[in-house]
Design a protein around this ligand. Structure first.
Ligand code: HEM
Length: 199
C-alpha cells in the first residue's frame, strides 16, 4: 500500500479505476436518468472544475498571501518549480472544465437557451437563466486564465523573454485577474450547482 501511495501516477490510476467501477455498477443497477455519455461527461466536468478552482484557491488562499513572507533566497523554489507546475494543471483544468461544460449543455439540449440567458425562449426557464449565468461567469474566468493570467505569469516567472522591468507589472496584472476570478467564483458556483438543486 505504501508503494502505491508514494507513486502519484499509480494512485491516480487506481482512483480512476474505482470511479469507473462505480459508474459501471450504477449502469448495471439502472433506474433514474441512467448512465449516459452526458452523465459521465458531467462527472468529468466536476472533476476538471475541482482541479481548476482548487488551484485557483491554492493561489489565492495560500501562495499569493504567503509569498511576501518567504525569505528572498527561498522564493525561486516557488517561482521556478511549484508555480509553473501548478499553472500547467490550472490552465488545462480550466480547458477541460470549459469543453466538458459546453458538451453537457449541448447534450442536455439547452446550450443556446442557457447562453442567451433565456432570451431565445422568452425567459421562461429560471433554471436555464441560472445555469447560463454560471456558464458566462465561468467563461469570463476561463478567458482571464488563458488570455491574461497565463501570458502575464509567463513574463513574471521568466518563462519567456521580457525586459526585467516588465516582470513586476506582469506579476501584478496576473494577481489582480486571479483575484477577479476568486471574486467571481462563489456566484459562479451558486449559479452552476443551484441550477441543479434549486429547480
Ligand atoms: C468553464 C465554463 C463552464 C461551463 C460552460 C459549465 C457548464 C455547466 C453545465 C451546462 C452544467 C449543467 C449540467 C447538467 O445539466 O446536468 C454544469 C454543472 C455543474 N458545473 Fe459547470 N460549467 C463551467 C465551469 C464550472 C466550474 C469552474 C465549476 C467548478 C467546480 C463547475 C462546477 C459544476 C457543478 C458542481 C455542476 C453541477 C453538476 C451536477 O449537479 O450534476 N462548472 N456546468
Amino acid at each position: 500500500m505504501g508503494a502505491l501511495l508514494s507513486n502519484f501516477r499509480n494512485t491516480f490510476i487506481v482512483s480512476s479505476i474505482l470511479a469507473i467501477a462505480l459508474i459501471a455498477w450504477s449502469a448495471l443497477a439502472g433506474g433514474g436518468a441512467g448512465v449516459t455519455w452526458v452523465t459521465v461527461t458531467t462527472w468529468l466536468h466536476v472533476f476538471f472544475g475541482i482541479l481548476w478552482i482548487g488551484l485557483l484557491y491554492y493561489f489565492n488562499f495560500v501562495q499569493i498571501r504567503t509569498m511576501p513572507k518567504i525569505p528572498d533566497e527561498l522564493k525561486p523554489a516557488i517561482g521556478k518549480f511549484i508555480a509553473p507546475e501548478a499553472l500547467f494543471w490550472f490552465r488545462w483544468g480550466a480547458m477541460g472544465t470549459l469543453v466538458t461544460g459546453l458538451l453537457v449543455a449541448m447534450g442536455n439540449g439547452y446550450l443556446i437557451e442557457a447562453m442567451s440567458l433565456g432570451a431565445t425562449e422568452g425567459f421562461a426557464s429560471g433554471k436555464n437563466i441560472l445555469i447560463g449565468l454560471g456558464m458566462w461567469l465561468a467563461i469570463i474566468m476561463f478567458i482571464n486564465v488563458w488570455f491574461v493570467i497565463w501570458p502575464n505569469q509567463k513574463i513574471a516567472l521568466g518563462l519567456v523573454e521580457a525586459p526585467a522591468e516588465a516582470k513586476p507589472k506582469a506579476a501584478r496584472t496576473a494577481m489582480l485577474f486571479s483575484r477577479t476570478n476568486l471574486l467571481l467564483s462563489l456566484p459562479m458556483l451558486v449559479a452552476m450547482s443551484g441550477a441543479q438543486g434549486f429547480y
